[in-house]
Design a protein around this ligand. Structure first.
Ligand SMILES: Cc1ncc(C[n+]2csc(CCOP(=O)(O)OP(=O)(O)O)c2C)c(N)n1
Ligand SMILES: [Mg+2]
Length: 185
């Protein structure tokens, strides 16, 4: 499945969850599918979506969904060790694995030789889901109804959708998201 189709499918199941989205095209694609004050689009800091998601999950009761990438999770692998040990039951970490740095020209990552789901398993994640083109009919409701921390590994095709850049400044994205969090506690 294309990454944008996967994001679309998952986004259609989301209601009031807080969403942190990986830098680059994943954020552009999510914005294009649907914008919301519950979305925090990363415009910098590759690798830190999972860490920001962890901080959020630990500081509020709302469910937090992180859209991460294989390149980004490999850049900050220590984050899954911290997530496992902090054990937030409201955090869903989704890795959209296209085995490349899709947003910067599809240079290969090591995700083709390192199985990220197995890494999560070895770290200790109890709740893991894996989806690829062979089981397209994945049911994200089942993921949303589970208690975390949850590691969701999804193989997606390389390539980016033809979507424009997000017409918001980083500060606007941050301020809007902070209001969303503060008013919903
Ligand atoms: C520290 C750092 N290194 C490199 C970049 C440039 N960069 C932005 S997005 C990206 C690729 C991200 O790859 P991945 O997480 O797999 O997501 P994909 O675009 O493939 O969905 C890179 C290398 C950056 N923004 N920050
Ligand atoms: Mg990638």
């Amino acid at each position: 499945m294309e990454r944008i189709e996967t994001i679309k499918k998952i986004a259609s199941e989301l209601t009031n969850e807080l969403v942190v989205c990986n830098i680059g095209f994943p954020s552009r694609e999510l914005y294009h599918i649907k914008d919301s004050s519950t979305h925090f689009y990363m415009l910098g800091s590759m690798g830190l979506a999972s860490s920001i998601g962890l901080g959020l999950a630990m500081s509020c009761h709302r469910k937090v969904v992180v859209f991460d990438g294989d390149g980004s999770i490999l850049m900050n692998l220590g984050s899954i060790v911290t997530i496992f040990n902090q054990n937030p039951d409201n955090l869903i970490l989704i890795v959209l694995d296209n085995e490349c740095y899709g947003s910067t020209g599809s240079q290969c990552t090591y995700a083709s030789t390192v199985n990220l789901g197995k890494v999560a398993e070895a770290v200790g994640f109890k709740y893991r889901f894996f989806f690829d083109d062979k089981n397209k009919e994945f049911n994200f409701k089942e993921v949303l109804n589970s208690y975390g921390p949850i590691f969701v590994h999804i193989k997606v095709k390389p390539g980016n959708a033809d979507v424009p850049v997000i017409p918001m400044e980083a500060i606007e994205i941050k301020d809007r998201f902070m209001v969303e969090i503060k008013t919903s506690k």
